[in-house]
Design a protein around this ligand. Structure first.
Ligand code: PLP
Length: 360
């Protein structure tokens, strides 16, 4: 927990600015810099309450974890990447466990399920991000993995209702909350046991690091995740953790502008007759749409001036990609996943409209 003594009900910007900062101390910085260490001084018997070796702990992670825990309403454990966080949750599954996971979400969890879990005797049920489909797969499940909104389809499920049903049946409920993030959706409040997020996206937001975390409600799960991290070694670098914490202070204002741009882009695209299947879930920076062919999609991407052709999303520079180029998602050839940045709305719309007109 933070040492910072703050009043109770605070708005999201206030929480993001102050989260995880130490108590004010004369002559000290607001956010102390990263601590770089492999071993720490350790004289005599091992004292597990102190820092001993970086794979087991680092004060820079602790501050970031305090910040993320505050935003999530639980306890956070940071990892080297979103996928290291995903792995820490699903790899401990054992033969006889039954995992329900999205067939249409980020391919990472599916790849782990196929390559690591199924060969070891875990039953994997892949279902689309749809309430009825998830509900039908619940009987006998030991872990239910939801991704809502899903990436890249941006479909949503009723997390609270499904979490309640899944937990009543004895399953642990996990939500990959990367798209919405803790300022827009708090899975633990909705009944999930674990909330998993890639902080490589809008939470850090500057397209300069890869990081992930798991947030949980109970101390025992947090301890188990820390033990897993210490044993398997998927630890974040202190500099990445510090950069993420520094960037977290601006997440609310970045997100507001990104969402204003996403709403405006959705309006522009919806009014055109050369674009179909425009999707935006009302939160986050990701807008998806489809043009008639892979060729048109690539020509559009090449014709924009302000939009970087790149994978990932959530950064303060607008970016987009033809998602089908990876071959991992069931999307149309002309499907574009677009992430709005914090550019001025009018400039972004002019750029996108111009590129669409030029490639019509
Ligand atoms: N979950 C979702 C929904 C994602 O979009 C991603 C990355 O794109 C991940 C997990 C994996 O995160 P990372 O790239 O930080 O390992």
């Amino acid at each position: 927990m933070t040492d910072h003594d703050l009043p109770g009900a605070l708005g999201p910007s206030t929480r993001a600015v102050h989260a995880g900062l130490p108590a004010p101390a004369q002559g000290e910085p607001f956010l102390p810099g990263p601590v770089f260490a492999s071993p720490y001084h350790l004289q005599g018997p091992v004292d597990a309450s102190r820092f001993v070796y970086q794979r087991y702990g680092n004060p820079t992670w602790d501050r970031l974890e305090a910040a993320l825990g505050e935003l999530e309403g639980g306890e956070a454990v940071v990892f080297a990447s979103g996928m290291a966080a995903v792995s820490a949750v699903v790899l401990p599954l054992r033969a006889g466990d039954v995992l329900v996971a999205p067939s249409d979400g980020y391919p990472g969890v599916r790849a782990i399920a196929r390559e690591q879990l199924e060969p070891r005797g875990v039953e994997v049920r892949l279902v689309p991000t749809d309430d009825a489909a998830v509900r039908a797969a619940l009987p006998g499940a030991t872990m239910v993995w939801l991704e809502s909104p899903s990436n890249p389809g941006l479909d949503v499920v009723d997390v609270a209702a499904l979490a309640g049903e899944a937990r009543a049946g004895g399953a642990a409920v996990v939500v990959d909350n990367t798209l919405a993030g803790p300022l827009r959706q708090r899975p633990l409040d909705l009944g999930a046991d674990l909330s998993v997020t890639s902080a490589s996206k809008h939470l850090s937001g500057h397209s300069d690091l890869v990081l992930g975390y798991v947030a949980v409600r109970d101390r025992a799960r947090a301890d188990a995740l820390r033990a897993w991290r210490g044993t398997t070694g998927g630890i974040p670098g202190p500099f990445e953790a510090w950069l993420a914490h520094r960037s977290l202070a601006t997440v609310a204002v970045r997100l507001e502008r990104q969402e204003a741009n996403a709403a405006a882009l959705t309006g522009l695209l919806g009014a055109r007759d050369d674009v179909t299947d425009v999707r935006w879930p009302g939160v986050g920076s990701v807008v998806c749409f489809t043009v008639q062919s892979a060729g048109r999609a690539q020509a559009f991407l090449a014709a924009t001036r302000l939009v970087a052709e790149a994978t990932s999303f959530g950064g303060l520079h607008s970016s987009a990609e033809r998602r089908g180029r990876w071959g991992t998602d069931a999307v149309a050839e002309g499907f574009i996943r677009f992430s709005t940045g914090i550019e001025d709305t009018a400039d972004l719309l002019t750029d996108v409209a111009g590129a669409l007109d030029a490639t019509r």
